[in-house]
Structures are given as C-alpha cells and as structure tokens.
Design a protein around this ligand. Structure first.
Ligand SMILES: Nc1ncnc2c1ncn2[C@@H]1O[C@H](COP(=O)(O)OP(=O)(O)OP(=O)(O)O)[C@@H](O)[C@H]1O
Ligand SMILES: [Mg+2]
Length: 327
C-alpha cells in the first residue's frame, strides 16, 4: 500500500549482515522481506514480538535510519527515510519519530541533572527558545507520564528509580511532539510490578495524544494487553501478523502457539527464561542456515515440504500466517 494516508510504510525490507570475514564469513539475513503499514490518522500500538535474535532491533534501527536496508524501503509520511540527508530534514524526522530504549539510564547523561537535559531537549528540537520557555513544554510531557518538573527537583539520573527514569524517558520522547514512538524492549529492565504502569502510558498516548507506538518486546503478556496489531518474528521472518486478539487469542502458526504456551501467565516472561524454554541457544545457528521454514526443526507439525522452500504468506482467519498448514 503506498498512499499519503500512511505514517509508516515498511516495504519488503531486508537486512543482510556479513558475519565473519569477507573471505571466510557468511551472510545472515537478520530481517527478511518485511512489509507492514501504520496508518496516519488512526493511532495504534503495533507490536513486534519474537525471541532473541529474531531481528526486532535490526528492524527498529532501520526505521530510525540508524541502519540502511539491504533492499526494500522504509517510508515515513511517504518519504524514503534513506534519502533524508540534510540536517534540517533529519531534525524534522527525529521530531516525529522518537525512540524509547531498553536501558533508560543510557538515555540520560549521569553527570547532568535530568531536568536540564529535558529542557535542552526542548530547545534542541525547537519546541522552546530558551530554558525558561522550555519549562511548560517539559512539564506538559512529564504530566503525560504522571510526573512533574517539581518532582524531579534538580535530581541526577542515579537519584531516580528505574521505573521513574523509564517514565521520564517516555516523557523525553514526547517533548518534540512525535507521531510515532519506537520502543525497543522498554520494560525488560523494569521490575515486573511496574511494567503495566509503563505500557499503560503507551495506551494513553495512543488514545489521548494520537501517537502511534511500535512496541518491540519479548513479553507477550504486555503485548496482548496493549496492542492493536502484532507481528511475530522468527529468524528475520514475520510468521504471523494481524489483530492481537486473532494472533494471540487463537494463534495459527505453530511457532506462535509455542510462544503463547511458554508464557507463564499472568506473569510476563523474562528474556533469559524465554530463550531457554524454547531451546534457543542450541537451535540458533542451525536455523539460520536451514532451507525452508526456520521453525521446521522445532515444529511439532512439520511436513516434508516445510524443509524444501519458504512457506507462503497465507491469509487465514483475519491475519497473515507464513505456514504450509493453511495453504
Ligand atoms: N551489526 C551487526 N552485524 C552482524 N550481525 C548482526 C548485527 N546486528 C545484529 N546482528 C545479528 O542479527 C540477528 C538479529 O539481531 P537483532 O538484534 O535484530 O535481534 P533481536 O530480535 O532484537 O534480539 P533481542 O531480543 O536479543 O534484542 C542476530 O543474529 C544478530 O546477531
Ligand atoms: Mg533487540
């Protein structure tokens, strides 16, 4: 779909990495022919879920212009982001597309007071001309996450809790008035008890501010709770994508079924146990190399054809599923 109603248009995006030396190394396709669209006038939470190494961060880095796709294109408001080269265009792009990272402490300079950093962020994005006029701008962003400048009271990052600092990093992302937030594992370093409070902020931003969120996570519990749509990634491929109620409520792909079963509901899974439970370390190398479906060696329903060629993307029961079972 290419039209001026799309906010983010990811078209057949592929990223191939050269692993090892040029002569004795191999090529690894971290993101394989990904296509999806987030509409402009319909804010939504779109989740990318999948185990470690499935290509989530690589995708996010391409969306942020931090990595260039090997093929395919990323359009933001109709513009190919790879073609953004001039400084003012880049600033304009970053105002609209803002990241929230896994480790909030890396976002903030430990030697600077948090409020000064936030005020300068407002100035740098042209949302205010000096620190004085930046105060209401920053305070508004902090209010959206349930905090205020007063509460920060000249503190340094280490004087704030992990949950507070992650809320502040969401506020930081809001200062420039973005239309899309890319949040890569924003709650994996936050206490399980605080995760819902943070992901709830995304819901609030969607509903009250019209901001769309691309939520990258291992955590199916929070994903189920907040997302509108979800894409399940495996070894660079999207194996199932559609409304979250369809995909997680009634998963069709055997891999999605396994992921769902391995969530010890209602607690969100942590990254380590997730990877262990599905035997990631032993399978990882093998799967990237194997022909056909990357899940074939672990799939309880594997058929001969699965090992011969990439499965097709099939439209079934209101979602897209990459699996021969539904052909
Ligand atoms: N710069 C790079 N050079 C070579 N390989 C890379 C590079 N960046 C990522 N990869 C590889 O690409 C694959 C996908 O990595 P990526 O970080 O996108 O996964 P992920 O889904 O974000 O994993 P996690 O859940 O652990 O964050 C991995 O096998 C990784 O080793
Ligand atoms: Mg990652």
């Amino acid at each position: 779909m290419s039209n001026d109603t799309s906010l983010l248009d990811v078209r057949h995006v592929t990223k191939v990495f050269q692993v090892g030396g040029l002569l004795n190394g191999t090529k690894m396709t971290a993101v394989n022919n990904l296509t999806f669209t987030i509409e402009k006038n319909k804010a939504e939470i779109f989740t990318i879920a999948g185990e470690s190494g499935s290509g989530k961060t690589t995708l996010s880095r391409m969306l942020l212009r931090d990595l260039e796709p090997t093929s395919g294109e990323v359009l933001f408001e109709g513009r190919n982001v790879t073609e953004i080269r001039k400084r003012h265009e880049f600033t304009a792009f970053m105002k609209k597309v803002q990241p929230v990272f896994q480790n909030p402490f890396e976002t903030f300079n430990p030697l600077r007071r948090v409020e000064e950093y936030l005020l300068d962020t407002a100035i740098n994005f042209g949302a205010a001309k000096d620190r004085k006029s930046a105060v209401p701008v920053v305070d508004k962003a902090l209010h959206l996450v349930g905090l205020s400048l007063e509460e920060l009271s000249r503190r340094y990052p280490h004087e704030l809790s992990g949950g507070q600092i992650q809320r502040i990093s969401v506020a930081r992302a809001l200062i420039s008035g973005p239309s899309l937030i890319l949040a890569d594992e924003p709650v994996s370093m936050v206490d399980a008890s605080l995760r819902m409070a943070i992901v709830n902020l995304f819901k609030k931003l969607r509903d009250e501010e019209g901001v769309s969120v691309l939520y990258i996570t291992h955590d199916l519990a929070t994903a189920y709770y907040i997302s509108d749509r979800i894409a399940i990634m495996l070894r660079g491929y999207v194996v199932e994508m559609g409304p979250v109620e369809a995909v997680l409520g009634n998963p069709l792909h055997p891999y999605t079924q396994l992921l769902k079963e391995s969530v010890p509901a209602p607690n969100p899974v942590d990254k380590q146990s997730w990877a262990q439970r599905i035997g990631l370390s032993t399978q990882e190398v093998k799967e990237y190399g194997q022909t056909g479906c990357k899940f074939a060696s672990r799939c309880p329903k594997v058929m001969d054809i699965c090992r011969q060629a990439d499965p097709p993307d099939v439209e079934a029961e209101g979602r897209t599923v990459k699996c021969y079972l539904y052909k």
